[in-house]
Design a binder for this molecule. Sequence first.
Ligand code: GLN
Length: 483
Amino acid sequence: MHQLTLAEIARGLADKKFSSEELTKVLLARIAQLDPQLNSFISLTEDLALSQAKAADARRANGESGALLGAPIAHKDLFCTQGIRTSCGSKMLDNFKAPYDATVVAKLAAAGAVTLGKTNMDEFAMGSANESSYYGAVKNPWNLDCVPGGSSGGSAAAVAARLLPAATGTDTGGSIRQPAALTNLTGLKPTYGRVSRWGMIAYASSLDQGGPLARTAEDCAILLQGMAGFDPNDSTSIDEPVPDYSAGLNGSLQGLRIGVPKEYFSAGLDPRIAELIHNSVKALEKLGAVIKEISLPNMQHAIPAYYVIAPAEASSNLSRFDGVRFGYRCENPVNLIDLYKRSRGEGFGPEVQRRIMVGAYALSAGYYDAYYLKAQKIRRLIKNDFMAAFNEVDIILGPTTPNPAWKLGAKNSDPVAAYLEDVYTITANLAGLPGLSMPAGFVDGLPVGVQLLAPYFQEGRLLNVAHQYQLHTDWHTRTPTGF
Ligand code: GLN
């Protein structure tokens, strides 16, 4: 039963082949048995899951239907869940029980999804390896000595290991697409504003966006359908109708114009990944797509710009964790300054502290113009590059990551080496565009992802292309040994 996709589960539940309660019990037992190897969950919510499963079964018995009714999922542990620990992977929030549900959590619960637990993540979503979590590193099911990617690494490892069919993630600079690539999943970062950020603990508010991680594009369509839509509680949420993503999966790719940026194939890209990307281009050409070389001339400036803007916003967002209102408080503070200093010094891990310092520096008087303002200008140039490219093509295709998963600890002493892994993903966040990563093959037994980017609000186009590709390839069906 653990091999079933969301789409297959929906059919099985509708045909009464099994109940949501049965399925939930099987998956909870599987998590108890296998997750100790992976560390993909921070909290399990067995009681909630069983009561939600029973409620979903009762709703089906009353004639209700719906693709998510009774479907088991999990949430990255930065989506607030009422009465349940929402840690953000940090000691700072180890004792924090959210007083309300994030909009995404509430919407999925209303659709009948069953929450099995909260997944591990890089502390405050800062990272590309899922090694900065207060709860320990997550292991990649394809090789337990390797990282699963980050920061939604717990969601990715759990879905890849068939502990559950799908999970939510968030993507500020690649944190859905990069772990999807490194664990052989399909993951989608929606257009900025497509999915509500209300109740999603902020890292960099102008870049953060929630989205689905699953094994297929078909399942991403189902989960995104449950997550997307206008939310008056999020002033950056956009009041645009949400199309029927599942209904759009079968469009023909005949004549689809795919742009391949020449800058993507530079020295930093593992040549074996480049070859797999060329293979996926050929596969899409066979389905009728037309390939065109394009240019994104400002791409080289994306990493420096992102690593100014994201820490700047983080330094402001994380100022609320002061030991006063909620979260970690140091023992026996002697005065208010001591309370702030030690609560933050003891509650935040080293990567979070590094980003707060970089961000505060970039925003400080005298440096604001030189760093923050300049980074914002680069951000506009990157957006303009994409706008020009989308005048000529419908989709942009390239690698999701320059390398496959690396060994645990390999990049710990060199933060910049880890930042460079984000080179292909962060431009979509800087421009606010939707992006998807899907399986494209293997290098040394480790999965490789191909990334598709589309114009604003064209999530449906990404899912359509990925679904057609998955009907004609079988990379996404491969299962890691031992799971
Ligand atoms: N790796 C990037 C960072 O550390 C992206 C993280 C994310 O998307 N949350 O900022």
